[in-house]
Structures are given as C-alpha cells and as structure tokens.
Ligand binder design. Structure first.
Ligand code: SF4
Length: 356
C-alpha cells in the first residue's frame, strides 16, 4: 500500500460513498435491470456520450434488439440505422460482432468473468469490468474518465490509477461501488469546479485537504485536429421525392454508412473542381453549381468544413456508379452520420423553399 492510500480509510470511504450513492443516485433505465445484455449495451453507449443523449437511444435500440440473439441476427445496416446520430460508429459494429460471437459460442449469454468478457470484440478493460461487476458482482474495479478523475484527486496522482481503484474497491458491493464512483465523477467531482463541500468522501481526499483539486488530473497536451474539406452534392428527383446516396467502403470512421456523393479533400481548393468534373460528366447544370450552405462539423480529431450543393436532376441522368435512389421518407432506415443528415436537411429546405 502506498503512503497516500494509508491516509485513506477504506472502510469509512466505502461506507460514506455507498450511503451517498443509495440516497442520491439518478434513476436511469439501465439501473432498473440486472440483464447483463442491457447493462452491456448501456455501458457501450455511455462511452464518450452524455447520459441524457444515451437514454432515448438505449430504449429504442433495445426495442429493436431486445436480446443478444436478435442483435446477432440483425444485418449491420439495421444496427447502424438504430445507432445513427449517436456517433463513434465503431462501437455499434463491435457490439454487433460480439453479439454474433456470443450467439455462436455462448448460446447468447454473456460470460460472468471480466477475463472471459475481455476476449470479445469491443470489450476493453473498462467495459469488461463494468459488465462483470454490475451484472455479475465480480470484485473488479472499472475505471472510466470520470472515475479516473476522482482517483487522481483522491490520491493527488496521475499514476497507477487502476491499481488505486482496485485497492479501494468494496469487495462486498462491487456493483454499487463502481456505479457510485462513476456517479461521483459525473455529478460532484466535476472537471472544472468540483463540489467538495457536499462530497461524501471529502474526509479522504488529498486534493481537498491540500487545496489542489485544480491540479488533478494533469492536463494532457491536445493533438491539433486534422482539417478536411468536404464538398457534398444532394441530387434530388422531385416527382419521386428521392435523392441519390451511396454506401461508404469498409475501412474508415463511417464505414458502410450512407452518404450523398461528394469529394473529401485535405486541401481547400481542389475539391470543388474535382466535384464539378465528377458530376458534370453526367449532369447538365442549368446554372453554375455553387454551395448553398457551408458549415463546420467537429469530430474528436477532425474538423470538417462542409460545402453543400443541391440540385434537381432527372433520374435517367444519374449513373448507377453515383449510388442508389432513396425516398426522402425512407431515409431513416439508412444509417447516415450527423454530417450527412445536416446536408440533407439543409438541401431539402433550400430546394423546397425555392420552389414555393
Ligand atoms: S472532495 Fe472534491 S476533489 Fe475530492 S473527490 Fe470529492 S469532489 Fe472530488
């Protein structure tokens, strides 16, 4: 045990944390279930996404795929369509792949131990510990970003966070303990200004004692975002109220999702020309193609400057290499990123407005 841990009294810490949690926890849909599959889905959705955003997705997703078997049997497109708007689509693909593994190897049930869970696609140390402790009561600490911040402040350190978490874990109530630590990080031990005056474990917190909470966890230098220029064209057929979209390839952030035809470029000036060349070999434009909207779409490590073009076309002008026709009212069945959803929304507004 480290000297700092000696200053923390584990029994008192666990007791104070748990009684605060049992009185103050938020009522969340995944806290009303012990179904390991439902808990797993919630843990995957909650990674890098706020609780309020996750709730409707969680409910909708489980209506469509109430069991591991249903998820395993679904097509990837159907899974992505239920995930669209939540972002970080790799999570959905991994969830789907792991469901297939579970169905074929474990008859649709989740293994009870974190070591076994870790062998499945998408189960990192956090997810396997969270599912094993919350659903099966295994005494293993799960450390997400919120918990890591709490530990860092409790011990005024940036090192060995997982070991500290495991040492202070309540072996009798590991599920409550892990959820309480997450809840503490999400509601009181906030990144900018923690609410130490109402914190149930302030007696055991080094950062509070030393008035150093603002120094922990130490800030990491942020990698600058990559800048990309997207020139996207919404090709619309009015009579059938449909537009052209194509499916992306296998190997990028938006793999297998649907998009309007366009060009993505790392240089600012070449993309519009490339797009015009690409389109004008097939389409006769009545007037100069110019962007109807420009917006910036920020992702974790990328800034997309999006130029939106929209034009009405005749169906026979569009070769199959451009993509397929999708009815506007059916578009929610095709998984699209938020960026693409915005392109469609802006284009439809513009085209329908200009015809009035
Ligand atoms: S006392 Fe303050 S800094 Fe320490 S764990 Fe509680 S909220 Fe965080």
């Amino acid at each position: 045990m480290t000297e700092n841990l000696m200053n923390l009294r584990p029994m008192r810490f666990r007791k104070n944390l748990r009684s605060w949690y049992l009185k103050n926890r938020r009522i969340l849909p995944w806290r009303k279930t012990k179904d390991p599959y439902h808990i797993w889905v919630s843990e995957v959705m909650l990674q890098q996404t706020r609780v309020e955003t996750v709730i409707p997705y969680y409910q909708k997703f489980l209506q469509h795929f109430p069991t591991v078997k249903k998820l395993a049997e679904a097509k990837e497109d159907q899974v992505l369509a239920q995930w669209q708007g939540l972002g970080y689509y790799r999570r959905a693909r991994h969830l789907h792949q792991a469901a297939k593994e579970l169905q074929s190897t474990y008859r649709g049930t989740l293994p009870r131990h974190s070591k076994e869970l870790k062998k499945l696609k998408g189960f990192g140390p956090y997810t396997s510990a969270a599912v094993a402790s919350i659903a099966f009561g295994e005494a293993v600490a799960s450390v997400d970003g919120n918990v890591s911040r709490v530990i860092s402040r409790l011990f005024t350190t940036d090192k060995n966070i997982e070991s500290y978490a495991q040492e202070i874990l309540d072996p009798v109530h590991p599920s409550d303990f892990n959820q309480a630590m997450m809840e503490l990080g999400a509601t009181l031990c906030l990144p900018k200004i923690p609410k130490c005056q109402v914190c149930p474990v302030s007696q055991d917190c080094q950062a509070k004692k030393q008035k150093k909470w603002h120094l922990y966890p130490r800030k990491k230098t942020k990698k600058p975002s990559k800048v990309l220029w997207d020139h996207v064209c919404f090709l619309y057929h009015r009579r059938s109220d449909s537009f052209v979209a194509r499916q992306r390839g296998q190997d990028d952030r938006w793999a297998k999702m649907w998009e309007c035809p366009g060009i993505e470029s790392e240089t600012q000036h070449t993309a519009p020309l490339e797009l015009k060349d690409f389109l004008s070999s097939h389409i006769q434009f009545k007037r100069e193609l110019s962007p109807l909207a420009i917006f910036t779409h920020k992702l974790t490590h990328q800034d997309h400057h999006v130029h939106v073009y929209a034009t009405e076309v005749k169906k026979k002008e569009i070769p199959s290499s451009f993509g397929q026709w999708i009815a506007v009212k059916e578009r929610h069945n095709f998984a699209m990123s938020r960026l693409q959803q915005k392109v469609i929304y802006l284009s439809l507004n513009e085209l329908l407005d200009s015809s009035q």
